[in-house]
Design a protein around this ligand. Structure first.
Ligand code: T46
Length: 133
């Protein structure tokens, strides 16, 4: 499985907490080329249902929670993202589905490449063929 949960380095004091993310560090293992965020989600609306040939990402639940289903073509694992103190790194060739969003969930995503629809695999049978060939 080409994913891992990353513990963030937290600077906390009486004023609150601060987490800093830098590219090519032990927290973000790639140069950050793009940042996007997902918000205004609803529990009955799933997202994802695709894999990436090239893209690596780190996803942080800044607020709220959702479940990721990660699939490498051989097995599936379920991961809850429910704290800004952990990041979910997802490498290449991993099918992902995002479900059970809490109302008001906000995901911030750091990405290793610019957006390129051509490197998405949006069909599950095509994904299985690519990773198992
Ligand atoms: C992923 C999960 C966590 C762009 O124009 N630029 C972008 O950078 C992105 C990410 C999306 N888009 C457009 C493409 C679609 O027309 O925004 C629309 C929604 O994208 P999508 O259906 O791919 O969104 P999700 O939430 O299913 O998946 C996204 C990322 O695409 C994906 O890489 O891992 O968030």
């Amino acid at each position: 499985m080409n994913y891992k949960l990353i513990d963030m380095n937290i600077f906390g004091d009486d004023r609150g907490k601060l987490i800093s993310l830098e590219g090519n560090s032990n927290v973000i293992p790639f140069d950050i080329k793009r940042v996007y965020y997902i918000y205004d989600t609803a529990p009955d609306q799933d997202r994802g249902m695709h894999a990436h040939k090239e893209l690596e990402q780190v996803i942080v639940a800044i607020d709220g929670a959702c479940q990721f289903i990660l699939d490498d073509g051989k097995s599936r694992e379920k991961i809850w993202l429910n704290t800004p103190e952990k990041g979910l790194y997802i490498g290449k060739n991993m099918w992902r589905e995002m479900k059970h969003f809490s109302y008001g969930c906000k995901l911030m995503v750091l990405a290793s490449t610019h957006y390129d629809e051509n490197e998405y695999i949006r069909d599950y049978d095509t994904f299985l063929k690519e990773v198992n060939d």
